[in-house]
Design a protein around this ligand. Structure first.
Ligand SMILES: [Zn+2]
Length: 404
């Protein structure tokens, strides 16, 4: 009676519970598969069970807080088709020491936690966890539909402090990461476009990127129908850099008294004004009062942001022209340098202003990837980092372990 109930609870196709053994903290359930053994290669059904069999211990989902293992009797098949090995079961991957549902359970934890945490919680090795995580991601990737975006975005991430870069190609409208490649040179990213094929590349109408020649060159070569836009997120970063250089210079040249005002103002100058608290705002106000150059630069930076908020193509283009004019008039060398860059990049910036594409995905991308990198302590293994990025962006989000 108990075994019948247990068979029902176990709910593995064709499986019948024959015995239950309590061994220390573990529960061992001996099961037999009632269906006739089948050759995994040719499908031949063996009505008369083969003589040879062995029992395999595989982990299944825990029961009432105790680890649970199945003792599965597996027949050895020596088939006419040439197959020689054990039979397979759909709920148990060949050569694995756990059931399919256990593997999926572990995988869903990997989506939200670090591999080391998962390994600790389940008492299995971190190498096993990494392997299951990788296999799970690959399985999910295969099942996904290919996207054919009209707009793509190319961005870089730095893998370690210094010059270890990776390039991320994404489809911001579809909110999907398309590829992550090592490096940021033409030869690094060209294989992606080659692999996608001519038709796919021709379908791309706009590519958003930052000012990096290798990206531009490659896109021009492959996405022949596409315009190139520089995203304002990166342009704003360039401008922030210019302001920071100005701040450093002014702090150096200032009198002893003035120097006091510069202390701890680096981030205040770069932060969005609406994100400053009252105290920060006061500190910043005092600095801007004593330093006219910084004050002018600060106003320009705010205005620069507003260019991209213009409600129409016309207004954005006009705002940009006016901004350049004013920026030239302040005669601050760092800003003049920046304006020169802007002028050099003019066509790409105007493309961006005409299209007014949303940047939210690209910006979110950067933040999220930093989190992924931190969680994995730097991901020494690039292939795994690549898969983790795919997992965090493209796969179904786990809200509850019980949501199917
Ligand atoms: Zn066979």
């Amino acid at each position: 009676m108990e075994l019948k109930l247990l068979t029902k609870l176990l709910e593995l196709p064709g499986c019948v519970v024959k015995d239950i053994i309590f061994q220390g903290d573990e529960i061992l359930i001996a099961v037999e598969v009632e269906d006739f053994p089948v050759c995994p290669k040719c499908g031949q059904v063996y009505i008369k069970a083969p003589k040879d069999s062995r029992t395999q211990k595989v982990e299944d989902l825990s029961v009432f807080g105790r680890r649970c293992f199945l003792l599965v009797k597996k027949y050895r098949i020596d088939c006419d088709c040439g197959y020689c090995g054990t039979e397979h079961h759909q709920w148990l991957d060949p050569y694995q020491r756990f059931t399919v549902r256990y593997r999926k359970w572990i995988y869903s934890f990997c989506k939200r936690m670090t591999g080391i945490d998962v390994a600790r919680i389940f008492g299995i090795s971190k190498h096993t966890v990494y392997r299951l995580d990788k296999e799970g991601i690959e399985e999910e990737l295969v099942s996904q539909d290919a996207v054919k975006p009209r707009r793509i975005s190319i961005d870089e991430i730095s893998r370690k402090k210094g010059h270890n870069y990776a390039t991320i190609i994404s489809a911001p409208d579809e909110k999907k990461v398309l590829e992550v490649v090592k490096g940021r040179k033409s030869e690094d990213i060209a294989p992606f476009f080659k692999g996608k094929g001519i038709q796919w590349c021709k379908n791309v109408q706009a590519v958003t990127m930052y000012a990096w020649l290798a990206f531009r060159k490659t896109v021009r070569k492959y996405c022949t129908e596409s315009i190139i836009c520089f995203d304002h997120f990166h342009l704003a970063q360039h401008f922030s850099k210019a302001i920071d250089q100005l701040r450093v210079q002014e702090a150096k040249n200032g009198s002893k008294e003035e120097k006091e005002f510069f202390k701890g103002t680096r981030w205040l100058l770069l932060k969005r004004p609406e994100k400053l608290n009252e105290k920060q705002q006061t500190t910043l106000d005092e600095l801007l009062k004593v330093n006219m150059k910084l004050y002018k630069a600060y106003l320009l930076r705010d205005e620069f942001r507003q260019i991209f908020d213009g409600p129409s193509v016309h207004s954005r283009l006009v705002r940009q022209t006016n901004w350049k004019k004013r920026a030239k008039e302040v005669h601050i060398s760092q800003i003049t340098e920046f304006v020169k860059k802007i002028e050099r990049w003019e066509p790409y910036i105007r493309n961006a202003l005409r299209g007014n594409y949303s940047n939210s995905f690209a910006e979110g991308l950067n933040t999220k990837i930093r989190v992924i990198q931190r969680m994995a302590y730097g991901y020494k293994n690039f292939d795994y980092l690549r898969l983790k990025i795919f997992q965090q962006f493209n796969s179904r989000e786990i809200k509850s372990l019980f949501d199917g």
